[in-house]
Design a binder for this molecule. Structure first.
Ligand SMILES: Nc1ncnc2c1ncn2[C@@H]1O[C@H](COP(=O)(O)OP(=O)(O)OP(=O)(O)O)[C@@H](O)[C@H]1O
Ligand SMILES: [Mg+2]
Length: 255
């Protein structure tokens, strides 16, 4: 099967520092690919290249077979209309209610009537178990609720691909688990392709179809969680060794 997204020998330097040294990665339709790696190794940077927010110094980023850096702004906009993005801090607008935050992409990017918007937004909020908070403002919500509103907004246009950068950062264990449950439920229902950047290694292994480790400027390998845990690649082996204890400890945590 052709990958939905492909990075081919992507290189990126900032100042004198080469952060990406030839990244190769393929993302497949309907699958959940989790990018892991130590802080500052370039995980968010890889996402930004896929979103077309940053251009590589060399190499290619293909989305739906199109080179993100060779297409015009109209085509780029069209491709992005299939993306849903959940940023690290959920990035909600503080001056807007929950309802208006989730409705925003519909108002900006579609011709849906207010009546249609109401139906779609309520349906998505329902999916997140937050349907009684429509008129609240982000400041009145807990961290977990804010993430769920962010997730509702990321999903409101029924995207083909959803990107999550650290979906559970700053949440306690119970709230993180709740996010993973909501994620699991919505992905089963909406069947999107997911690309997740996460530090939550043990838990995220349960959701992942593929795990990719970024280390020393390259994706060392992209493997099923089972193969990842038994990989002979020294960087992956080190990474697994450091997190393995946690994998066993989290065995009872349901994804
Ligand atoms: N726009 C930019 N300008 C300059 N340097 C950048 C830029 N974006 C990223 N970097 C650098 O590239 C490196 C990788 O950054 P990135 O944000 O991708 O890390 P990360 O793996 O997501 O880390 P974390 O887990 O802490 O979020 C860092 O050293 C960062 O300072
Ligand atoms: Mg990051």
């Amino acid at each position: 099967m052709e990958p939905l997204i492909q990075l081919i020998d992507v290189r990126k330097k900032f100042g004198g520092q080469e952060v990406l040294k030839g990244v190769n990665l393929a993302i497949y339709e309907g699958k959940t690919t989790v990018i892991v790696g130590e802080s500052g190794k370039g995980k968010s940077l890889v996402l930004k290249h896929i979103l077309g927010l940053i251009k590589p110094d060399s190499g290619k980023v293909l989305v739906f077979g199109k080179d993100m850096n060779k297409i015009g702004s109209k085509e780029l906009k069209d491709i992005r209309s299939h993306f849903g993005v959940l940023f690290q801090n959920a990035a909600l607008f503080d001056s807007m209610t929950v309802f208006d935050n989730v409705a925003l992409p519909l108002r900006e990017r579609t011709n849906a009537s207010e009546e249609e918007i109401k139906i779609i937004v309520n349906e998505k909020l329902n999916l997140m178990d937050i349907e009684y908070s429509n008129e609240k403002y982000p400041a009145q919500l807990s961290g977990g609720m804010r993430k769920r509103v962010g997730l509702a907004r990321a999903l409101v246009l029924n995207p083909k691909i959803v990107f999550f950068d650290e979906p559970t950062t700053g949440l306690d264990v119970a709230k993180s688990n709740e996010i993973y449950r909501v994620f699991h439920r919505t992905q089963t229902k909406l069947a999107y392709t997911a690309v997740i950047v996460s530090h939550d290694v043990p838990k995220i292994f349960k959701l992942a179809d593929y795990v990719a480790l970024i280390h020393e400027g390259i994706i060392q390998d992209c493997l099923t969680p089972e193969d990842f845990q038994t990989s002979e690649n020294p960087a992956i082996r080190d990474f697994v060794e450091e997190t393995m204890g946690l994998i066993y400890e989290s065995e009872h945590v349901e994804g």
